[in-house]
Design a protein. Structure first.
Lengths: 307, 512
């Protein structure tokens, strides 16, 4: 077992290092931040540019810059943004909770909707409500989320004036972004719950439970749902990682002060320290979640360990 | 095309209405909060750190310069009450305003002026982009507590204007020495009508009225700026009442009807500094021939583009500058729209129908993409096949143009807040400049250099106009239009005057 954990851990570290290298190299290929900073200055000379580069630490060899960024990540001293020199820690300290809380809220919406609907669809397999739920799920999958977001804003902010159209300012501001993300997730999750539930409902122990004369409600929620929980929780866990990446667009539409907004602005400004930090933190989170899932599986199911 | 030149100074449909309603003195409160949507957080509020116009939208309320230039474009005294240009423009003596204090209570005096410029021209300024704009200044000498002399390395005719904004904003010496440079970035202190309250990066900056302000104090008690980069989100906030003003550059042309149709909102526009042109590769290909360049200009009906695509929020230009630019010649006419003449010129130049040109444009500018499609359609009518090649803005500006790897035509949009044609012309036309990869013309270089140290404004203006004419004679670009600065404003806001250059000072503004 220890060997398995060590191996998985080593793989995770390899992935993180590979990501960090790709990011560091790729962003340096997109352009020179000093030119961006000096864009408005028409009289700028090569000496001025060199001075600005030196101030940003870009006169160092790539390897030094790269190792510095890794060291920063380990010591949690992420350096300063190229735009205005704000410490990246300060930016991330605000942005990471904003993104995580939105991601949790979206997951909550999705789970709260998809579990009852998925069960309903499984029980009513092939009948009217199953068809209806599947059609809605297909619709949900087909909506581009920015379109859905715009429609919600149009209805709830501009016409009804119930909800703030953007920003993070208390409970009300979570509703539209969380619902937007939640609807998209729900579309896939409903199908997953339905399939998992169908498998379980065909098991012999469900037949036994029914034969014992238990109420249908008790059969579904106490016996069937519990047995579905393991694959579902695993899937939701992995989905959470993917959600962190997909939240960028929604953050922009709702002007959410999260990691996506940071990344978006950083790309446009060639802000290496901010972009590298944001991507590395998200990568660490995603790799970390996957690692936990892997290890948990290994503990539960010995067959996975030996593969 | 002649009708296009008779535009008014302020092309405002709603402004007249706004002024009238203000004059009727509907009940207004002496206090209130105004919320502004700004598309970008500059990250630092230190004047020496940035060139971003959205720094200035905030900074103009926090800081003062020795001079001030408001929306009427007139240069007036600010922290200096008077000045004299001496020694053939090599020295400027400023008399300073007395009794002015910074927001932290420390006095404004000659020491503060010297500190500001020592800092700008020294190590701290060297880390940012503003220093290069003020290199004409040799040093600042304190004559007495309320008098300073600026010693210059060479006369700089635009210096007095440049002292009204950005890097020349006067900063508090004691405060910066005490708290340090990093702290000052996020806790700015100046002498302006509003003082700093709080700043949350990427979210907002909040200001409040400074009751010790030396001039007419603000009518607002609080002034909040929220950073909203997505235009549709900013407009949604404006429509729902979350923000009162959306400042440029945010509102795209396509969203203008949304604002105009809303009973609670006004669209307020004014002629801005940014002009748009498609520049030519004058070195290779068919556009190396001046006749071809002229033909391509004459093939495009620029007036129809302005009316049809830009909703009239632009003016057709004859040279690479708008009407407010120093060096603008109101007599100068753009080449007329004349497809027949264009065909004839192309034939003379031996360009066969079906000839190809590539037009490189900035990929994030939806409005300009539409404009370019119209241009391509016009070109096809004279037998030129244009392909449009969108590129990421900064890649185009910093890699493709400087390396001379553009197509036959490429987008250039430019305009400095100083509204001085030298700023654009030198960068676009002088040999070896990074945005002039193709052309090298000794006569042009000489003209450009000759006006740089002239202290006689009349003579300088004459030469700048001559440069504009010469560039047009050589058809170095297809001049398109000067775009308005577009503000979306809630009707509860009174006495708002649109700043052409985003340097808006809001002490006269009130909210209902």
């Amino acid at each position: 077992m220890t060997g398995f954990i060590v191996k998985r851990f080593a793989q995770a570290i390899f992935v993180v290092i590979a990501v960090s290298l790709i990011v560091a190299v790729a962003i340096r290929m997109t352009g020179d931040p000093a030119l961006m900073i000096a864009q408005g200055a028409t009289n700028i000379t090569q000496a001025d540019l060199d001075r600005i580069r030196e101030g940003l630490g870009l006169n160092q060899p790539f390897l030094v810059q790269y190792l510095d960024s890794l060291r920063g990540l380990v010591t949690w001293d992420l350096g300063n943004s190229f735009v205005g020199g704000t410490p990246v820690n300060l930016l991330v300290d605000k942005a990471l909770p904003a993104t995580l809380s939105l991601a949790f809220a979206s997951m909550f919406v999705s789970i709260a909707v998809s579990i009852p609907l998925g069960i309903r669809a499984a029980v009513a397999r092939g009948r009217g409500s199953d068809q209806l739920i599947r059609i809605f799920s297909l619709l949900g999958l087909s909506f581009p989320n920015f379109w859905l977001a715009t429609m919600l804003v149009l209805l709830f902010s501009i016409t009804l004036k119930w909800l703030p159209p953007s920003g993070m300012s208390g409970f009300a501001s979570f509703i539209m972004p969380a619902v937007t993300m939640g609807v998209i997730l729900t579309a896939t999750n409903v199908r997953l719950v339905r399939t998992t539930m169908l498998d379980t409902l065909n098991s012999q122990y469900i037949m036994v439970a029914r034969a014992k004369g238990l109420s249908e409600r008790k059969v579904l929620y106490k016996h069937a749902l519990r047995n579905c929980a393991i694959p579902l929780i695993t899937y939701f866990g992995l989905q959470f990682g993917g959600l962190l990446g997909g939240i960028v667009v929604i953050e922009r539409v709702f002007n959410w002060p999260g990691m996506g907004t940071l990344a978006f602005d950083a790309v446009a400004a060639r802000d290496y320290p901010v972009l590298q930090s944001v991507i590395m933190i998200l990568a660490l989170l995603i790799v970390g979640i996957n690692l936990l899932v892997d290890i948990a599986y290994g503990i539960v199911d010995p067959r996975i360990r030996t593969k | 095309m002649s009708s296009t030149m008779s535009f008014k100074t302020v092309t405002v449909s709603a402004l007249g209405l706004l002024l009238v309603s203000g004059a009727l003195a509907s009940p207004v409160f002496a206090d209130g909060t105004l919320t502004v949507s700004s598309p970008q957080d500059p990250g630092s509020w230190d004047p020496v750190d940035t060139f971003l116009v959205n720094w200035a939208s905030v900074g103009t309320n926090l800081f003062d310069g020795l001079t001030y230039r408001g929306p009427d474009m007139k240069l007036v005294p600010a922290l200096a009450t008077s000045w004299n240009v001496l020694d053939d423009g090599m020295r400027i003596r400023f008399k300073l305003r007395e009794g002015v204090t910074f927001h932290d209570g420390e006095p404004f005096n000659a020491e503060a002026v010297k500190f500001t410029f020592d800092r700008l021209l020294g190590e701290e300024g060297a880390k940012g982009p503003q220093q290069s704009n003020y290199t004409a200044i040799e040093n600042v000498e304190i004559i007495d507590d309320n008098t300073v002399d600026f010693h210059l390395k060479a006369p700089d005719p635009v210096l007095l204007t440049k002292l009204a904004g950005y890097g020349a904003m006067i900063v508090p010496p004691q405060y910066i020495k005490e708290h340090g440079e990093t702290y000052f970035n996020t806790h700015p202190v100046g002498t302006g009508p509003f003082q700093f309250v709080s700043y949350e990066p990427k979210v907002d900056i909040k200001l409040k009225a400074y009751d010790g302000f030396w001039g007419d104090g603000p009518k607002l008690s609080e002034l909040d700026y929220r950073f909203i980069s997505e235009p549709s989100t900013a407009v949604a906030e404006l429509q729902s009442g979350g923000v009162d003003i959306v400042i440029p550059p945010t509102i795209p042309i396509a969203m203008i009807p949304t604002i105009e149709d809303d009973d609670n909102l006004d669209l307020i526009t004014t002629s801005g500094p940014t002009v748009y042109a498609l520049r030519f590769n004058t070195a290779d290909g068919i556009t190396a021939d001046e006749r071809v360049r002229k033909a391509l200009i004459m093939a495009v009906d620029r007036k129809s583009i302005v009316d049809g695509i830009l909703g009239g929020q632009a003016q057709v230009i004859a040279s690479f500058q708008g009407e407010r630019s120093f060096g603008f010649d109101p007599e100068m006419q753009p080449l007329p729209y004349d497809p027949d003449k264009a065909k004839q010129l192309l034939e003379e130049a031996g360009v066969k129908p079906g000839a190809q040109v590539q037009i490189d444009i900035r990929g994030n500018d939806a409005t300009f993409a539409e404009v370019t499609q119209a241009v391509a359609a016009y070109l096809s009518m004279v037998g030129i096949t244009a392909s449009i090649h969108p590129v990421e803005t900064n890649t185009l500006l910093n890699d493709i143009i400087p390396q001379g790897k553009t197509g036959a035509m490429f987008q250039q949009s430019w305009g400095g807040w100083t509204f001085d044609f030298d700023n654009t012309a030198y960068a676009m036309y002088h040999s070896g400049q990074k945005w002039n990869p193709y052309d090298s013309d000794p006569k042009m270089d000489e003209l450009l250099e000759s006006q740089r140290s002239l202290t006689d404004p009349k003579e300088r203006e004459r030469i700048l106009q001559q440069i504009a004419h010469y560039a047009a004679d050589r058809a170095l670009e297809l001049p398109l239009y000067s775009l308005n600065a577009i503000y979306g404003v809630n009707k509860r806001v009174k006495h708002f005057v649109p700043a052409p250059d985003n340097r808006m000072r809001l002490n006269d503004v009130e909210v209902e």
